[in-house]
Design a protein around this ligand. Sequence first.
Ligand code: DLZ
Length: 161
Amino acid sequence: MSTAHKNLSVYKTNGLKDMSSKRIAVVTAEWNEEVTFALRDGAIETLLKNGVKEENIISATVPGSYELSYGSQVFAQRDDIDAVIAIGCVIQGETKHNDYINNAVAQGLTDVSLKYNKPVVFGVLTPNTYQQALDRAGGKHGNKGDEAGITALKMLSISDF
Ligand code: DLZ
């Protein structure tokens, strides 16, 4: 940023606020559960490491990623929930089924977030293969659940700005 703008209020998303009173729901799809449960655990660990209290985290499951929109809405509409993390894994198959699910859940989560004015994190992996999913769920590419957790915390911080 130019130093000419001396009177701007500058906010960076790495300035996390105090999270000790925040309540966060983590909604996880059961399809590909070896992957999604590892992502969920990564997200929850990141929340705990950054000051969210264990008793303020609610974990729920839905059958598949398509159900993440409604599952997220159930929690987003509650006054005692500040943010929702939606976790899923849709593997590219031989049909276009995956495209329909991915598009529906992306749009659905956006709608829920804007309707209830709360962060709803898209923690859905959309890999080509199951191995690529495992690589991103605690494998050689780390755990994308961590990113989902950090995203929720950053968005909660900007909500309070
Ligand atoms: C049906 C289906 C298929 C083919 N693949 C996946 C997938 O890779 N990942 C996932 O989370 N869910 C899948 N589903 C299930 C749908 O998300 C949904 O649960 C069903 O269509 C019932 O609405």
